[in-house]
Ligand binder design. Structure first.
Ligand SMILES: [Cu+2]
Length: 445
């Protein structure tokens, strides 16, 4: 038929079994948008089969050029330990393929350009795209792989709107740590559609149905025995910053239907993040898979009330959809939120007693932005961050603090009193306009 030609050192991985007819012939490599694309051009007509390999967040070949009217079949093989599939826009889709599995994808008679990608969340943005280009016909919608981005279809947040009557705030109160020194808990990965701002719903991946997931609370030396059950529809995992374990086993991704037991001893005090560490991690965190583990330092003084604020960013996808990976890549959140909901504690102010000591634990889940936690109308006389007191009440310097600054993945707490009855807003001080969602109110009686 024709002859393979190599235009570069790149070896095109056409791993063809004996059942396959090699028709992929003129091979070229070119570079677009900083990414190497490998192209297979097919001549002739009739039916043609092309081997396609899914590996290392890449689909090879990434461009297949066929004459219009070709009946095209793709023999798709996953060479990764991670599961992948191949979907052609508006067309057929393979099943999710485990490592070494192969599937036949009948594209049909090709008369116009087609885009394809892996539908596992995050994999398309990571580069698992391909296109089928047509020669001898109008080029139609032909575009390069990865350039098929549509417009932003996410709902706009109305920062002045109120939640509906059925809405309930995430309870920010932190009860005293249980007396038991072994904490057993099952965290079930659940896909839920939840409201994240008035009228804005997103398909979240959660631990136990909420984002953030439940707060775990113990003391130094306590043992945590956590069973992770994956009832989602893709692989997930968990990483507890509060313990030291071998990531190879404890933090491994588990497929839907699987479970694992993750045990750690809380050797050290702190406000610790836990999160899914399945790649792309920023998407799994942005889509709801995070929470806090509070480990009290020894001798922690009693307070009248204590709360947990887990700060995170929202990168809204379409209404009812998952987070928008393009906004994550562009580092352009739609909102920054405490405990998962825009301006949550404006809608449900936290009632406290004026003149009493209050502790607020803060964990920055990110995935990308830090926080500068501030309570308007008071000063912090105690600040603990990342394992140490930065400030203690009654210090010789007569010092106090105005914010608790945390980078993504860090945590700490502050203590303060509110001087008299009134409204005391709290914010990420980078968001002081209150138009970004990281806003709440302490209502002092
Ligand atoms: Cu996950």
């Amino acid at each position: 038929m024709s002859t393979p030609r190599r235009h570069s050192e790149r070896v095109i991985g056409l791993a063809l079994g004996s059942v396959l007819v090699l028709v992929a012939l003129s091979v070229a490599v070119f570079v677009g948008r900083g990414t190497a694309h490998d192209t297979v051009a097919i001549d002739g007509g009739g039916q043609r089969t092309v081997a396609v390999t899914l590996q290392a967040m890449h689909i090879s070949p990434s461009v297949i050029t066929v004459p219009s009217g070709t009946r095209l079949v793709l023999q798709v093989t996953n060479a990764d330990a991670t599961r992948h599939d191949l979907y052609l826009d508006g067309g057929p889709q393979t099943a999710l393929l485990a490592q070494g599995q192969s599937a036949r994808l009948d594209v049909g008679v090709v008369t116009h350009a087609l885009q394809g990608w892996c539908t596992v969340p995050g994999h398309k943005a990571a580069g698992m795209t391909m296109s089928i280009q047509v020669t001898g016909a109008p080029s139609g919608s032909a575009t390069m792989p990865g350039m098929a981005a549509s417009g932003d279809t996410s709902p706009a947040i109305n920062f002045g709107a109120a939640p509906g009557p059925d809405w309930h705030a995430y309870d920010p109160a932190l009860p005293l740590a249980p007396d038991a020194h072994v904490h057993r808990l099952t965290l079930t990965v659940q896909d839920v559609v939840a409201e994240v701002a008035p009228g804005v719903r997103q398909a979240l991946w959660t631990y136990n149905g909420t984002a953030p997931g439940p707060v775990l609370h113990g003391r130094v030396g306590d043992r945590f025995v956590i069973t992770i059950v994956n009832h989602g529809d893709m692989a997930h995992s968990i990483d507890f910053h509060a313990g030291a374990v071998n990531p190879d086993t404890a933090m491994r991704s588990i497929d839907p239907g699987q479970s694992l037991v993750y045990e750690f001893t809380a050797k050290y005090a702190g406000a610790w993040l836990y999160h899914c560490s399945t790649m792309p991690m920023s998407l799994h965190i942005a889509n709801g898979m995070f929470g806090a583990v509070i480990v009290d330092p020894p001798g922690l003084a009693p307070v009248a009330a204590q709360y947990v604020m887990v700060q995170s960013e929202l990168y809204l996808g379409a209404q009812g959809g998952i987070a928008d990976e393009r906004k994550i890549s562009a580092r352009q959140p739609d909102a920054v939120v405490f405990n998962g909901y825009v301006d949550q504690y404006d809608h449900a102010p936290i009632e406290v007693d004026a003149g009493t000591r209050i502790r607020v634990w803060v964990v920055d889940a990110g995935p990308q932005d830090g926080t500068s936690f501030h309570v308007v109308g008071t000063q912090f006389d105690t600040v603990f961050a990342e394992g140490a007191y930065q400030l203690r009440a009654g210090n010789a310097e007569h010092g106090a603090a105005q914010t608790l600054a945390l980078a993504p993945g860090q945590g700490g707490f502050v203590e303060f009193t509110l001087p008299s009855a009134g409204h005391y807003p709290f914010v990420d001080h980078a968001m002081v306009d209150g138009e970004h969602g990281a806003h709440g109110v302490f209502l002092a009686r």
